[in-house]
Design a protein around this ligand. Structure first.
Ligand code: ASP
Length: 471
């Protein structure tokens, strides 16, 4: 009997973890063979597999949305599907942030001993900075507080890694700037440029317009509609072909991640990781409840049909790269109607990120728990600050691109909204890739369950034909 693809993916994922742990354990990380091994793992996992998936994302979003919209019978139906989808996205993201905030405020990972050691180190560092300020300027940091703070922020922000520079480049943007630069401008981009730059928002907006106009034109647009429907079938078949190499690719991706982020990073950040992952698991359980109660789909059936998409999301850390697989699982295996799946999944992959929203809230509060009250972090976790974190975490998740580490970059918005200096963010960089696997897989799960829920209202249960058990 031929092993099934989803079983193979999980076997290879486990093998990848084992090989990654062995590699992380290597003493001489400067050895030539070690670098070559990581290079080949990256080549097969990232360059080839993620590259192939990325190659089809832009055309997939365009054709699937046009095909989806043009198979909706009327404008009224299209409006209803749109409103239900957005309603689902807003409510589930809000619930995700709430879960994260409740957990981080009750568990208080920032007060645990590992994190408090970090606080003590930082306090010693700041005492040294005050001496340096006094020596450099001849002024008293207490009496000249605002000058001292400007000096400190300028000094601490210098240098840093590439990731840090990417984060800092977004520092001075307010919420409105983010709305204009990350949402409105990309949406109105020339569609060819949007396709070439893989700008999902631009492609989605153009595809929605194109689909709606095709509906309005009717019969004369028939040839164009048929072309998009056919292209949609072809892209889905292409995704099936790509999935043939997915087990090996997942092996390479997992081995590479585990090798680079060995177990030692969890010593100080263990409680923090536990809080994020705990929140994500609670949210996933809640989503499965929504799937059963509102979507009327058995969660086991859902998980069986969805597991390939889950594994790919976990290993690639990109909702966009997973999109072709998500569409395939939802339409082919779980019988969600293409008119709903083709619309809700690309939109969801771009703007609906429950895991990212939850993570951003937890991360910023965790940092305030550690550094709050220091010279440059005059914030307390009073109700107002928590509310600002709540709102900006939701916005930041909408603005995050569906690519690895995106949540880390938009977290700047949340941090600056409560005046947490961004040079404190690198403290959590070490575990970001690890947490990204969890948040991306729940991001994709949220989109998939959204498709089930919206689909349920569009047609009676008896019409659905899940093949999950047999695939
Ligand atoms: N990697 C996530 C995704 O693609 C976004 C994030 O970094 O939170 O869904």
């Amino acid at each position: 009997m031929r092993p099934r693809l989803h079983n193979l993916i999980f076997v290879f994922m486990a093998l990848g973890v084992v090989v990654g742990v062995l590699l992380a354990d290597v003493d001489d990380k400067t050895a030539g063979w070690y670098a070559t091994t990581l290079q080949w793992l990256d080549f097969f996992g990232k360059t080839i597999f993620i590259g192939l998936l990325k190659m089809i994302i832009a055309p997939l979003i365009l054709v699937s949305i046009v095909a989806g919209v043009t198979s909706i019978p009327s404008f009224g139906d299209a409006g209803r599907i749109g409103v239900r989808t957005l309603l689902y996205y807003v409510s589930t993201t809000t619930i995700a942030v709430t879960i994260g905030l409740i957990l981080v405020l009750t568990i208080r990972p920032g007060d645990k001993s590992g994190a408090q050691d970090v606080r003590a180190q930082r306090e010693a560092e700041l005492a040294q900075r005050r001496i340096e300020f006094r020596e450099e300027t001849g002024k008293d940091p207490k009496a000249e507080e605002s000058e001292y703070l400007t000096w400190l922020v300028e000094r601490e922000g210098r240098g840093g890694t590439e990731k840090y520079k990417r984060v800092v480049s977004k520092r001075d943007r307010g919420t409105f700037d983010m709305f204009v630069e990350d949402i409105v401008q990309p949406m109105l981009m020339n569609p060819f440029q949007a396709l070439a730059e893989r700008n999902s928002l631009g492609i989605i907006f153009f595809a929605l317009l194109l689909g709606l106009v095709c509906m309005a034109v009717g019969e004369p647009a028939r040839a164009l509609i048929d072309l998009f429907q056919a292209a949609n079938q072809v892209i889905l078949r292409l995704t099936n072909w790509l999935m043939a190499i997915s087990p090996f690719a997942v092996f390479c991706l997992m081995a590479g991640i585990v090798a680079r982020h060995g177990p030692e990073v969890f010593e100080t950040l263990g409680w923090y990781c536990g809080t994020v992952i705990g929140g994500i698991l609670i949210h996933a359980a809640l989503l499965l409840g929504v799937c059963a109660l509102i979507g009327r789909m058995n969660p086991i059936t859902f998980l069986r049909g969805f597991r390939e998409a889950w594994a790919i999301a976990f290993a690639t850390r990109s909702s966009a790269a997973t999109l072709p697989v998500t569409v395939r699982c939802m339409t082919r295996k779980l019988g969600v109607s293409p008119k709903v799946a083709n619309f809700t999944l690309p939109v969801g992959a771009t703007i609906n990120m429950d895991g990212t929203a939850l993570y951003e809230g937890v991360a910023v509060i965790f940092l305030i728990q550690i550094y709050g009250g220091m010279d440059d972090v005059g914030i307390t976790l009073a109700g107002g600050a928590v509310l600002i974190i709540f709102i900006t975490a939701v916005l930041a998740s909408v603005g995050a691109a569906a690519v690895p580490d995106a949540g880390l970059v938009t977290m700047v918005l949340v941090a600056t909204a409560v005046h947490l200096p961004v040079y404190y963010l690198p403290f959590i960089f070490a575990v970001d890739a690890f947490l990204d696997m969890f948040r991306t897989s729940v991001n994709v799960m949220g989109d998939a369950i959204g498709a089930v829920v919206v689909d349920r209202f569009e047609r009676p249960e008896a019409e659905r034909a899940p093949e999950a058990a047999t695939s």
